[in-house]
Every structure is written in C-alpha cells, then in structure tokens.
Design a protein around this ligand. Structure first.
Ligand code: NDP
Length: 487
C-alpha cells in the first residue's frame, strides 16, 4: 500500500523536494507498512517557506475580504468532493477507522473553511463618536502564521488553523506531525485549486526541531500549536523571545460527571465516545468518569456489555469501530498505563492489554479498557494517557464531584450528565474547563469556540472567538477641527 505524495513540501504554490533533508517515513499503523517516504525540511527549506509566506501575505492581506471568503468556500467544496479519497489517506496515515475519517476529518475541515469563508465579509471595525472628532478601528491580519499540528486529526487541525488565519488575511506555514505528514499537502493542493495565491499556504515536513526553527523565525508573527503540554511550554518560551502571538491547544484529563438522575444508556454512550473514539487519541476526552454511587453498578454493567460489542479490525473496513494506535511508542505508552492501573489497585472491568486482530499481526491494536474504583491520587487518573483507557471514579455529592473534577492542572473540557438541567448549568459554571457539555460529550461544531483553561492552553479555535486570535485592531483617531497647541 503506497500513498507517496508528489513531493515532501508545498511552498509558493508548488510541490518541492529537498533531498538533503533526513528521510521521514509514514507507516500504516494497522500493518507497519511504509506508505510514503519524505524528507525533513532543512533550515534552507523552512526559510524558503517563510519567505514565500511573506510574499504571499502582501498579496493576500490586500485581497478584499469577500474574495478571500470565496476562495475558502471553494476549497471547502473541493474537500467535500474528495472526501472519500482524503478519508482513506487519513486512515492510512493515522490508522483511524474509515467509519470515523469519512465523517470527522476532512468533513470537519470543510465545515471550518465554510464557516470562516462566510465570516470574511463580516470582519469589520467600529466607529467611535468623540464629539467634534471620531475614531474608528480596523481589523488587520498579523502576518505570517506558523501552525504546528498533532497527529490525531491531521487535516482537521490544519483546517482549524488555516481557515481563521486565511480569513483574516494572514499567510500560513503549516508543519504537520512527523507521524502524519500526508493530508496537509492535500489541503494545500485544494486551496491552490480554489484560487489561493502562491505562498499564502505552505506545508513543510519535519520533527520537533523543524517546528522549533519555525517558531523562532523572526519573520513569523504568530504561532498556533496543537500538541502536548511540555511542547506548549517550549513553544511559548521560544515565542516569547520575539514576542510572537501564541495560541496553544494542549492536552487534557477531562472529567465526565454522571449523576444518579442521568439516563444510563445516554451516559454510557457518551462515556464510550469520550474514551474510545479515535482509539482514545482525542485531547478533549472525558477520561475521568465520575459516577454517583446510586447509578454506579448499573452504569458499569451496561458499559462492560456495550464495550464488548466494539469491533476492532481492519481500519479500511467501514464496519470497524476501533483501529490501531498511531505508533509503536504510543502503544507502548498506553500499555504501560494499563499495567500501571492494575499495580495501583484499580479494578479492571474490561480490556487491559494488546489486542490480537486476525490478519494484522503487526497492527498496533490495544483493547478498549475500563478501570473502576479508581482513586484521585492514582497516576492513571492524573496523567494524560491518550489511548482507550477509561477511569471510573465514584462520588457522593455534587460539591465533592466538582472539587475533585477541578483538582487537575488541565482544563480543556468537561461534561455533566443529569436529568436536572438547573444542576447541569450550575455544575458547568463551577468547572474549570474551556469547553463543557451537558448531556452529551465531545461534540465540537465549528460555530462553538474550542480551547483550554489552565495548562490545557490559551487562545481559541473555531467560532467568532478565533478571529480575535488571528487579527489585531488598529485604532485611528480622525480630527475634524483645528489642532490646538500651547505655543
Ligand atoms: P507533541 O507535543 O509531541 O507534538 C505536537 C507538534 O509539535 C508536532 O508537530 C511536533 O513535531 C511539534 N513539536 C515538538 N516539539 C516542538 C518544539 N520544540 N517546537 C515546535 N514544535 C514542536 O504532541 P503529539 O503530536 O504527540 O500530540 C498529542 C498531544 O496533542 C496530546 O497531548 C493531546 O492532548 C494534544 N492535542 C491537543 C488538542 C487540542 O486541541 N487541545 C487536539 C489534539 C491533540 P513532531 O511530532 O513531528 O516531532
């Protein structure tokens, strides 16, 4: 199986290779096969991408907003037309089942391009009456945006960063994760086909060092990272040296609180989605499931019964629910947490190890795993695992649940299940998390801002809020009378 792109990088509207860069292989996690071999961008290639983006910025920032919007809308249409091809590519690159990639990856990217394409015409400033004179504001772009992605939603992350950046008139240099380099190149192709001028959206391949060079580049005005907390800290430190704008979408250990009066089947569905979708590799996952004691037994019984129905298997088979993890090191990490859970004294309800999938001996599959009787101090309840490992903790009162849910350095997301809507609103108001759900989990429509509190990051993606993070306000004072001076 091969998914070799035309070349490694996309700069100034065309594919570029730079064979002096170290080789970079993309593997299909279900079989271990190498599906593409690319090259890491050298410093010369990174600098060329930033230079192209600077030139692209001059053209794009002067393009009328309505025209910018038309390009984004056309690109959204192209992604939709190519959804199956793009979904298959994403499945090969990430191992996520086609059942998911068909609806959640390029499709979400297209929604985002649509949303921000529609918004460009509304990007206005304000008029401020000052009596004899007035002021107005202009909403202006920042310049070259360095966007750096994680491997779990490659094309979605590229779109979530590119669409608001481009809508505001910025240009972009995007670096995908080294594990999933392919789909961002397809986005670049789609944007060019839609009429985006040369140099406005560029893709370079590489590892952390490539991202670091990009972040420290003096011609980059803004950095937007999706990644782990340690990488976020390094990026914020590096960006501070040249006072760049920064958006950080980082990790989480989010709580999902289920009260006695919740609908059990809906709560179980949400807990499954919040832990096993994308093989658990989702930043906002509700991995600490707090269940009130009165409903605990019924919840765990149905959870075990329904988790047993999950079909692990060939990711390209649309009947498959759960695919492999993205890489061997990620699998080793997840397996080590499964072992740790048992050592720490949590009760294994189901799963707990590597999964055998017929025909995929080399596949990086693990079992969807549930631990019950988890205590707050256990490492499986405190650290981000980023795999299909659910921790179920029980509680007595609402105040207790809120206090324990908030006792974490993370603050990306949270969910509440209850039949009492007043309690639902009261509890989410008390939770320290950037994105909350009442009686559902992990739905992230483009209209709704998304981002973290505390160590889960700052800045917002999606919604009108994202515009604030990809533009700046210029204030203009206009004098209509004479200018007075003391002498
Ligand atoms: P990493 O933090 O390892 O990497 C993220 C990106 O940053 C990669 O492209 C990586 O390159 C790059 N990078 C690494 N070091 C540096 C550096 N010093 N300077 C600039 N760039 C650098 O995260 P993962 O890719 O492993 O993704 C998983 C993490 O992402 C989890 O913590 C998850 O919670 C988080 N995440 C957050 C989301 C959110 O929206 N809040 C959504 C999805 C994931 P490379 O990997 O190629 O070396």
């Amino acid at each position: 199986m091969r998914a070799q792109p035309t070349a490694s990088h996309y700069i100034n509207g065309e594919y570029i290779d730079d064979e002096s860069g170290a080789p970079l292989e993309s593997r299909y996690p279900a079989t271990g096969e190498v599906i593409a071999t690319l090259n890491v961008a050298t410093h010369a290639t990174i600098n060329a991408a930033v230079a192209a983006a600077r030139r692209g910025f001059k053209v794009w920032s002067a393009t009328p907003p309505a025209e910018r919007g038309q390009v984004l809308l056309r690109a959204a249409q192209i992604l939709r037309e190519k959804n199956r091809e793009l979904s298959e590519l994403e499945t090969l690159d990430t191992g996520k089942p086609l059942q998911e990639t068909l609806v959640a990856d390029a499709a979400s990217g297209a929604d985002c391009l649509d949303y921000f394409g529609g918004l460009t015409r509304t990007l206005t400033g304000e008029h401020i009456d000052l009596g004899g004179s007035f002021a107005y504001t202009r909403r202006e772009p920042l310049g070259v945006v360095a966007a750096i992605g994680a491997w779990n939603y490659p094309i979605q992350i590229a779109c979530w960063k590119a669409a608001p950046a481009l809508a505001c008139g910025n240009s972009v240099v995007f670096k995908p994760s080294e594990l999933t380099p392919l789909s961002a190149l397809k986005l670049a192709e789609a944007l060019s086909e839609a009429g985006l001028p040369e140099g406005v959206f560029n893709v370079i391949q590489g590892l952390g060092e490539t991202g670091a060079h990009l972040v420290s580049h003096p011609d980059v005005a803004k950095v937007s990272l999706t990644g782990s907390v340690p990488t976020g800290i390094r990026v914020a430190e590096a960006a501070a040296k040249t006072l760049k704008h920064v958006t950080l979408e980082l990790g989480g250990k989010s709580p999902l609180i289920i009260f006695d009066d919740a609908d059990v089947e809906n709560a179980v569905s949400a807990a499954i989605n919040a832990n096993f979708y994308s093989t658990g590799q989702i930043c906002s996952n509700g991995t600490r499931v707090f269940v009130q004691k009165g409903i605990k037994d019924a919840f765990l019984k149905r959870l075990a019964e329904r988790t047993a129905l999950a079909r692990l298997g060939d990711p390209l088979d649309e009947e498959t629910h759960i695919g492999p993890l993205v890489s061997e090191s990620q699998m080793d990490k997840v397996l080590s947490y499964m072992k740790l859970g048992a050592e720490e004294g949590a009760r294994l309800v189901c799963g707990g190890g590597r999964a055998e999938v017929q025909g995929f001996a080399e596949g990086l599959f693990v079992e969807p795993t549930v631990f019950a009787d988890v205590a707050d101090h256990m490492r499986i309840a405190r650290e981000e695992i980023f795999g299909p490992v659910m921790c179920v903790l029980d509680f007595d009162t609402e105040d207790e649940a809120v206090a324990r849910a908030n006792a974490t350095e993370f603050g990306l997301a949270a969910g509440v299940f209850t039949g009492n809507l007043a309690r639902g609103h009261r509890v989410v108001a008390a939770l320290h998390a950037g994105t909350c759900w009442i009686n559902t989990y992990n739905l992230t429509p483009i209209e709704m801002p998304f981002g973290g509190y505390k160590h889960s990051g700052f800045g917002r993606e999606n919604g009108h809020a994202a515009i604030e993070h990809y533009s700046q306000i210029k204030s203009v004072y206009v004098e209509l009378g004479n200018v007075e001076s003391a002498y």
